[in-house]
Design a protein around this ligand. Structure first.
Ligand code: PHE
Length: 445
């Protein structure tokens, strides 16, 4: 094995690191607001269906590809099929990683900043916070540097060691906040919003949002799981490892819903407040609670921890590409890519009002640059990447070879691999394709 690559120490090490990648702002910031704006329970059910029928088989495909080739997304594809066209699919993944990291770190910087804002300036409105360049830019930079420092440590001593400590802490903190939420007067309404579906409002956008979010939340479609899978030893059971990651991630998203919606209803606010939901609504909710400041500080520490283990995986994808393909050292890759992400993240960081504060114009008017980035890279690009990767694994590489890798380390019968193959060749690509077509209104309204 090539120097500078590394390997997880155990299945648990992998599961915690991959769950750390999956669990992040996607679960705690994005899932509640997307659920809120897309009507609640019906969205949740479609999202869960996407996780089980599309994302889970696809997650295994990424793991298989990564472990078999022991490469980054670009190298993994090239190791199986030479040729520019398919390599570009890996390239799209790496590029998507850079783009997601660039705006994701902006939001992560807010979460980090809110730990201090809660104590130092509790009355400051979120809009003032997000539109102040002197606040958001340093936070954005600090978050990228934190990410760099973890990734520089490498696979086992950086990512795995941190994930092993941070993930259990996160889980514990969430349980405390849910218990608090369940004792609020809005608990029943919150539960109904989350679990009592009304399918009348479901349309193409809602379905795309659910599918895109399922990919985003599980870190799929851009090679993060290929990369993490590439550090897996051969004796690990991929079904168990992959299944645990999907289960954990979904559990944490639902827990985030349980943590947030009762609180939203308890204070008579709208669940459809959009992206600022967590940042605008929750501090106000906390302020009305006994020990509110402590709870708020705990919550934003939790959100920052979750975000960090995800930004680490985004940076790791790009780093592994430079380490494997360009023979850069890990240290050089990490700093260069980190700096690049900071530069291309600047418009996102300034798009929440800070560019106007600086005397410039508003970036892209009301639909901010940040959310355009989120839609293109955090939604569309992941679904397109996943569609292409399904075709690659199912048809180009072939189910027989891929299935052999999947079977290694597991004692499930051939039926399991055959079922998986059917999903990767037919079910996943066809469904993803239909959802994408639907988005472009091919089937009418
Ligand atoms: N899954 C992460 C989250 O939910 C975000 C992410 C997306 C990380 C894609 C890596 C790759 O926050």
């Amino acid at each position: 094995m090539q120097k500078d690559r590394g390997q997880w120490s155990s299945t648990l090490g992998f599961v915690l690191a991959a769950a750390g990648s999956a669990i992040g702002l996607g679960n705690i910031w994005r899932f509640p607001y997307v659920t809120g704006t897309n009507g609640g329970a019906a969205f949740v059910i479609i999202y869960l269906a996407c996780v089980v029928f599309i994302c889970l088989p696809f997650l295994l495909a990424e793991l298989v590809l990564g472990r078999h080739t022991q490469r980054n997304p670009v190298g993994a594809i090239a190791a199986i099929k030479k040729g520019r066209a398919w390599t570009l699919v890996g390239g799209l993944g790496v590029f998507t990683g850079v783009c997601i990291l660039s705006y994701y770190s902006v939001i992560a910087g807010w979460a980090f900043g809110y730990i201090f804002k809660t104590i130092l300036a509790p009355a400051m409105p979120h809009a003032d916070f997000a539109s102040s360049p002197l606040i958001v830019l340093p936070l954005f930079a600090v978050f990228i540097v934190l990410t760099i420092l973890v990734v520089v440590g490498g696979v086992r001593h950086g990512i795995e060691r941190w994930a092993k400590v941070l993930m259990p802490v996160l889980l514990l903190l969430m349980v405390v906040l849910i218990i608090r939420g369940m004792t609020l007067p809005g608990a029943k309404q919150g539960l109904e919003f989350l679990f009592k579906p009304d399918f009348s409002a479901v349309n193409a956008t809602v379905i795309m949002a659910a599918l895109g979010h399922a990919f985003f939340s599980l870190s799929l479609g851009m090679g993060a799981i290929i990369t993490y899978g590439s550090y897996l030893p051969k004796n690990v059971n991929l079904w168990v490892a992959g299944g645990s990651v999907a289960l954990f991630d979904t559990l944490i998203a639902l827990m985030a819903g349980l943590m947030i919606f009762p609180a939203v209803f308890a204070t008579g606010r709208s669940p459809a407040s959009g992206p600022p939901l967590v940042f605008e609504v929750l501090p106000a909710v906390f302020a009305e609670m006994p020990l509110g400041m402590v709870v708020a500080v705990v919550f934003f520490i939790l959100l920052s921890i979750a975000a960090l283990t995800s930004t680490v995986s985004l940076l790791e994808v790009v780093t592994s590409y430079f380490v494997d393909e360009r023979r850069w050292t890990r240290t050089k890759s990490v700093w260069v890519v980190g700096a690049f992400c900071f530069v291309i993240g600047l418009p996102s960081a300034l798009s929440q009002g800070a560019s106007e504060t600086l005397g410039g114009m508003s970036l892209f008017g009301n639909t901010s640059f940040l959310f355009i980035m989120d839609f293109i890279w955090g939604n569309l690009s992941l679904a397109i990447g996943a569609l292409l990767l399904c075709i690659f694994v199912g048809w180009v590489w072939g189910i027989r070879s891929a299935g052999k890798e999947l079977g290694q380390g597991s004692d499930l019968g051939p039926w399991a691999v055959r079922t998986w193959g059917f999903f990767i060749r037919w079910v996943c690509p066809v469904l993803i394709f239909l959802v994408l077509l639907n988005l472009f209104n091919v089937f009418g309204d």
